[in-house]
Design a protein around this ligand. Structure first.
Ligand SMILES: [Ca+2]
Ligand SMILES: [Ca+2]
Length: 232
């Protein structure tokens, strides 16, 4: 019976790992949206990741635009994980709408953290660069929030707990403690431990491969130990 229980636990851990990887946010790259026509990406429960490019540095002389949209009654929220742009020359612009026909709500040509709630279900992101000097760009999370017409009163370096209208420091997001009254700061895709681990491991593909290898070795070691004990 003990052996059966042990194998069930191993199987459950495997399932949890695979499910958590499959359930993490999908990745998109600004460099795929530079051909002129605005493209739209649906933001579902898991949120999405937006990178400037796949390689080490973004291209010069680009003008790329992508629009995120949510279901009715929800708004996209954008949080930068890191930004590295050539100061004053390479820029991100945010348009509160489904294209760039409205005036940009945010124009950022530097590497400060970026956080923005749209006021309705569309949010358009544009990246433009000049003809010289490129850095490593950005990684931005786009997640779904519940209500339209959000008035975000928090500072740029704070996290808005939407249901309780609290502002908490960004360092309290994903720290395994509920700092928002309803725990929203621990309930966003960024808090997924696998996702965070991949980020800190320094590269998505490398992180994914190393993560799977470590996981497989761990499972094999557990199976071997359990097997030996069962034979005794
Ligand atoms: Ca540049
Ligand atoms: Ca927290």
């Amino acid at each position: 019976m003990a052996c059966k229980t042990s194998f069930t636990v191993v199987a459950a851990i495997m399932c949890m790992y695979v499910c958590s990887v499959n359930g993490s946010a999908e990745s998109y790259y600004m460099e795929d949206y530079c051909t002129g026509s605005v493209r739209q990406i649906h933001v579902g429960y898991n949120g999405v990741m937006l990178y400037s490019q796949r390689g080490a540095h973004y291209e010069n002389d680009i003008n790329c635009t992508v629009t995120f949209y949510t279901a009715e009654g929800q708004v996209p929220m954008l949080i930068s994980r890191w930004i590295n742009l050539e100061n004053s020359y390479d820029c991100i612009q945010l348009f509160d709408g489904q294209d760039t026909s409205v005036l940009p709500t945010v124009t950022q040509c530097h590497s400060d953290p970026l956080r923005y709630f749209s006021t309705q279900r569309y949010l358009t992101v544009q990246m433009t660069t000049d003809d010289g000097v490129s850095y490593d760009g950005f990684r931005i999370s786009v997640i779904v929030y519940g209500n339209t017409g959000v008035e975000d009163q928090c500072d740029l370096d704070a996290f808005h707990c939407q249901s309780s209208h609290q502002c908490i420091a960004m360092k309290k997001v994903c720290n395994n403690r509920d700092d928002c009254r309803n725990g929203e700061d621990e309930d966003i895709p960024e808090c997924d431990p696998v996702e965070s681990w991949l980020y800190w491991s320094g590269g998505q593909v490398a992180g994914l491969i190393i993560g799977y290898l470590i996981f497989l070795i761990t499972v094999i070691a557990i199976v071997v130990v359990v097997n030996r004990r069962c034979k005794k």
